[in-house]
Design a binder for this molecule. Structure first.
Ligand code: GLY
Length: 566
């Protein structure tokens, strides 16, 4: 196996900053690979992980901790953590019942099919990705409120939001990544807002304390008033006022009418394991099912990992799955997504029937946007003492979303409207192509790739997995599951292993460093695959139950992700 396991691991490291500063944390301890007996939290940021662990230790269940973490990520990880975006939550109760909550953003009522096109029908550059018009109606606060109503054990909303309120008010320690993220985007923040905002207001460095006074007030209103603290009253007024400043279209009615929705999870088996993942408006669950079912048709030996035959097979499967995604998937509330057909054994068999084991299939190439994103969107995963599990992926879409910070309310709005197909056949931010199924319609949810997933076996929890990464989310989750199930990797091994990605168009296999040997690269090229090395693909978080029933946590080494348990 090319990926030699334990040697690559950073088992534990501390990010320490400056000297003691009163109430503030002066260091973060980041753990990448951990084993615990009772409960575990894995998130993109040590502040958020700690908030989740504290809630669990105070008697909260996985849903309570997830709510705390969602708000905490807004405070410490604003590149993707959010109250101005949306996401998907998968929840598996310890009794085996699985629930899927869709709190994806919606197109405002005034949205229309051609809203990002000029008079000639061409896409107006940046309009769906940058600035006020790029924002969909946020779903995160409603999603957390809905999950709280249905599943909270603590029944104490204030307690769940309070750590984030205090973090925003008193300040949190900036990590190297967050500091450089703010600095690198300072001009964009200024351009989108026409005024200095909290993130772009100074030159930041690791160890600085970030205080977010306006955000603290917003979180206080949410803490005191629940859902209404965001969708009504002062915060809603501020969002609508912000919209007016920048030709945005979100109204008070859009905000009041926003409701998250419980959906039927996508449930299927893979080599005897039960997999539960997210249905439309995410493409994740259906695409994951197709990829795993295609892979189940072949035998995998221990030493096949990233060797030419298996890699070729997976690339070919990925092409077919992403081609299906582009044509057939969208919000099933608006478009009759052919879920039964796409997920049927007969269809999946037929789809791979023209697979050629020695030659790449070729699809006409198109000029596509790049697929180079990894920090946008974020995933976290939690298992509580009872064995209830949460797998939650949440996003603003691009890093810092639309770049618009709601004045007076201190949080970023998403640029999720770009996940619609603005013009059929034209790629979006991630190079993904869409069709009629994903056209813009008022009140519709834009298609997503987010794939929060929970795996069980014989009725017992086995693993929870998910990642950011735009279009690469599906293939990263897929490879992590194959690493766990077929290659018997533990949680950390499975997330740390190098990854590759093909999404049908562009006609390109992207791969990370140390993914393939030179010989494998050469043989894949000879077969006709166009191979392109790129930066990190995704930041996967996983919790895997080992054979002794202990929880093993893997926090992706590609970021400042942190796993803690007890
Ligand atoms: N915005 C990325 C996704 O939802 O897939």
């Amino acid at each position: 196996m090319l990926f030699t396991r334990p040697k690559l691991y950073i088992l534990f490291f501390i990010v320490a900053f400056g000297c003691h500063t009163g109430k503030h944390l002066t260091e973060y301890q980041i753990t990448k690979d951990i084993v615990s007996d009772k409960a575990m939290v894995v998130t993109a940021h040590p502040f958020a992980t700690q908030v989740g662990v504290d809630i669990l230790k105070s008697g909260g269940n996985a849903i309570d901790a997830a709510i705390g973490v969602q708000f905490a990520l807004q405070v410490c990880f604003p590149v993707a953590g959010n109250i101005g975006g949306g996401g998907f939550l998968m929840y598996r109760e310890s009794n085996g019942k699985v629930h899927a909550l869709d709190f994806r953003e919606k197109a405002p009522a005034a949205a229309s099919k051609d809203m990002y096109l000029d008079a000639k029908g061409n896409i107006i550059e940046d309009l769906s990705t940058f600035g006020h018009l790029a924002a969909g109606v946020p779903g995160s606060v409603d999603g957390m409120w809905e999950a709280y109503q249905k599943f909270s054990r603590l029944k104490d909303w204030k307690k769940l939001v309070k750590p984030s309120y205090e973090g925003a008010k008193n300040g949190i320690l900036l990590t190297p990544r967050e500091a450089s993220g703010f600095n690198n985007n300072a001009e964009e923040f200024l351009k989108a807002n026409g005024r200095p905002t909290v993130y772009g207001s100074q030159k930041w460095k690791a160890g600085d304390i970030l205080k977010q006074t306006e955000l603290a007030e917003t979180l206080r209103l949410i803490m005191e008033n629940g859902r209404d603290g965001f969708y009504k009253g002062k915060v809603a007024d501020l969002i609508v006022a912000e919209m007016k400043k920048g030709k945005g279209i979100i109204t008070h009615e859009d905000l009041e009418n926003y409701h998250s929705k419980w959906r039927d999870p996508v449930l299927f088996s893979y080599r005897g394991y039960e997999i539960a993942s997210m249905p439309p408006p995410s493409s994740g669950g259906i695409a994951l099912l197709q990829l795993l079912k295609m892979t189940e048709k072949i035998e995998i030996q221990d030493n096949d990992w990233h060797k030419t035959p298996l890699t070729h097979y997976i690339i070919e499967a990925e092409k077919r799955v992403y081609a299906d995604r582009s044509k057939h998937l969208g919000d099933a509330d608006f478009y009759p997504v052919p879920i039964k057909t796409l997920t049927s054994d007969a269809y999946i068999k037929e789809r791979m029937s023209d697979f050629n084991p020695t030659k790449a299939s070729y699809f006409e190439d198109v000029e596509a946007g790049n697929a180079y994103e990894s920090d946008q969107t974020t995933h976290f995963t939690i298992v509580d003492e009872e064995g209830n599990a949460v797998s939650l992926t949440t996003t603003l879409n691009g890093g810092y979303g639309s770049m618009v910070v709601v004045e007076g309310a201190g949080f970023l709005l998403n640029n999720e409207m770009d996940d619609f197909s603005s013009k059929p056949g034209t790629p979006n931010l991630y190079g993904l192509i869409g069709a009629e199924a994903n056209k813009i319609e008022p009140g519709k949810r834009m298609l997503s790739s987010m794939t929060p997933t929970i795996i069980s076996r014989d009725g017992r929890l086995k693993a929870t997995v998910g990642t950011p990464g735009g279009s690469t989310i599906i293939t990263s989750v897929f490879q992590t599951i194959v690493n766990i199930i077929d290659f018997k990797m533990n949680a950390y091994e499975s997330v740390a292993a190098p990854r590759f990605h093909h999404q049908w168009r562009p006609e390109q296999v992207y791969y990370e460093d140390n993914c393939f040997t030179p010989e494998t690269l050469k043989s894949l090229s000879i077969m006709g695959h166009s191979m392109e090395r790129r930066g990190p693909i995704g930041r996967v978080e996983a919790i895997v139950v080992d054979k002794n029933g202990r929880l093993t946590g893997g926090a992706d080494p590609r970021g400042e992700d942190d796993a803690k348990g007890y």
